[in-house]
Design a protein around this ligand. Sequence first.
Ligand code: SF4
Length: 234
Amino acid sequence: MEKGQEAVARFLRQRVELGAFDLLFEERMTGATAAKSPPGSLPAGAVPEGYEELRATALACTRCPLAGGRTQVVFSDGNPQARLVVVGEAPGANEDRTGLPFVGAAGKLLDLLLASVGLSREVSVYICNVIKCRPPGNRNPQPIEIEACSPYLRRQIEFVRPEAILAVGTFAARLLVGSDRPIGELRGKIHSYEGTPLVVTYHPAALLRNPSWTRASWDDLQLLCGVLDADNRP
Ligand code: SF4
């Protein structure tokens, strides 16, 4: 790892351990990356018609065996009118307990990475997972579970209609790209999901375990920024 990358990786780990993120990159929240407000959009805080019905259906879902072991369904966090949809894998123990995706150390790192490019889950990001209920022991999602649950994700993306999608981790990347290739081969380029630009990157939990991927993750975020900034051009 290059010296500069080591410093970034060390910094990220320290910030996650200290839990000090909130104001680090606030000054980078520019108009170019703030929440979208295209002509004819719904007022701030409103949700698309039918969204609550989808959410209520998911919260009561028993379509796959994971329903039997969950504490609660983890549907989403963030703004349903966001510019960016972030798609992760499946809830872990913290998410199952709180009902929110990406909490704990990996969630804090995701927030930090998003903040570093001027995005926040409160304003400009909508976050969800491929799987809405926690797999036992945090095992990998099974194909039958992904097949049962992915219609919720597809409808969520339809409702939000983001300018771009960021798939974090292998399962989100493979599902949305429609490929079985390793994530190392899928990242670093702009894909398309139903016409929406899609960027793939490592899961923040994997990034915490592999600080040498920090540079690649940073490059992926810059690629994402290029997509969002391009979308802002007249
Ligand atoms: S994981 Fe998805 S399909 Fe399975 S019970 Fe939960 S919400 Fe339903």
